[in-house]
Design a protein around this ligand. Structure first.
Ligand code: NAD
Ligand code: GLY
Length: 367
């Protein structure tokens, strides 16, 4: 049985997110119900394409779409200017018009670049998301952030553009490796911490079944994350009203860990989990958090298969790295601090406070 969540953002067309097993076979019919496009341009990556392109293509063809499929190499490197240029060219070579539909079949990398080329080709053609990683199902496929990377940083070029439909076929998660699974669990834990007691305690109760990929628990966890994201994005689509920032919980320190350890050493979601652990201590140091919540969050992350990292670095270097984040405004770090489940604020603690906390954190790692 599939769950449907409707994303209803002011001044945007509402769209459905369908979550459940066995959705790929019927994706063509679902898309036909929302689009009269003659052509579907399916973008996937080398790993996902070999697993799931054929059933998706067959379903699209059965629903009367002419399909053109392009496969990019799996991995973050495909979110590049060069790859975007190749995709625009492939779309032009296939003589796609403004009535074409772009289908993103894959994880967050495919979703971000597909959304970006769709929103820019011929000044914008519609696109749909068919996410195949846990991270993409709970976060990146919903909310309309698209993007590519530059040498100067990740996601520095992109658009806000909402998809027409999101099809999260949870059976595809069976082929995800342990590292990517745990990575997605980091974003699920983040959502639970910012959503509130209801989700946080539910996830604590079901963490072991989540880690074991119990289908019922996984479907519900995705639906809860999507419901939260739909609500947040409806209130602050362009991250300009101080609401959408909550989704960056754990990301400031997490991004520094990813960068300083070397991209790829830790998965993004595991680095975010480490960032959540640090942020809970920083909240306490700012007089805004509690040791009780920090410990409950530690237990949740442990149970989800996201143990504390042994990463340690020079606090001054970490602070400088965090200040390079694109979320810094007016030279000030903007830290999402969760005081208790669902009770969060964005704070700019002074450098001495952050440094003091980083020193204590690194000392605890070296003990
Ligand atoms: P990814 O897309 O690179 O996928 C991870 C790996 O899993 C890849 O090797 C992929 O080929 C493989 N894979 C995907 N689905 C699979 C499946 N079902 N079975 C087996 N293997 C599979 O990574 P991701 O974690 O999904 O996404 C990360 C990207 O998402 C980053 O670029 C990040 O910036 C972006 N992101 C965007 C948003 C947003 O709001 N737009 C939010 C969070 C993250
Ligand atoms: N992943 C954070 C956001 O979509 O805003």
């Amino acid at each position: 049985m599939a769950i449907k969540v409707i994303v209803n953002i002011p001044n945007e067309a509402p769209y459905d997110v369908r979550i459940g097993a066995g959705q790929l076979e019927g994706v063509g019919a679902k898309l036909r119900a929302v689009s009269a496009a003659p052509d579907a341009f399916v973008l996937t990556d080398s790993t996902v394409g070999s697993l799931y392109l054929e059933p998706v293509r067959a379903s699209l063809k059965a629903a009367g779409f002419r399909t053109v499929a392009v496969t990019v190499p799996a991995g973050e490197e495909s979110k590049s200017v060069a790859c975007a240029a190749e995709l625009w060219q492939a779309m032009a070579d296939a003589k796609l018009g403004r009535d074409a539909l772009v289908v993103a079949l894959g994880g967050g990398v495919v979703g971000d670049i597909a959304g970006f080329v769709a929103s820019t080709y011929m000044r914008g053609v519609p696109f749909v998301q068919v996410p195949t990683t846990l991270l993409a199902m709970v976060d990146s496929s919903v909310g309309g952030k698209t993007g590519i990377n530059l040498d100067a940083g990740k996601n520095l070029v992109g658009t806000f553009c909402q998809p027409l439909y999101v099809c999260a076929s949870t059976d595809t998660l069976a082929t995800l490796d342990e590292r990517e699974w745990a990575c997605g669990c980091g974003e699920v834990a983040k959502s639970a911490a910012v959503e509130g007691d209801d989700f946080f305690f539910w996830l604590m109760e079901h963490a072991e079944r989540m880690a074991a990929r119990d289908p019922e628990v996984v479907t519900e966890a995705i639906a809860r994350c999507v419901t939260l994201k739909a609500d947040v994005v409806a209130r602050d689509e362009h991250e300009s009203a101080g609401v959408r920032e909550c989704l960056n919980y754990g990301h400031t320190y997490g991004h520094a860990v990813e960068k300083l350890a070397g991209y790829g050493v830790y998965s993004h979601g595991h680095a975010v989990a480490e960032g959540m652990r640090f942020a809970a201590r920083l909240a306490a140091a700012c007089g805004r958090g509690s040791e009780e919540f920090a410990q409950a969050q530690d237990e949740l992350l442990d149970a989800l298969g996201l143990p504390a990292l042994d990463f340690a670095a020079d606090p001054t270097e970490v602070l400088a790295c965090m200040k390079g984040d694109k979320k810094v405004r007016g030279g000030k770090l903007r830290y999402v601090l969760v005081h208790d489940a669902g009770d969060w604020s964005v704070e700019s603690p002074d450098d001495d406070t952050v440094l003091g906390q980083l020193e204590a954190w690194m000392a605890s790692k070296r003990a």
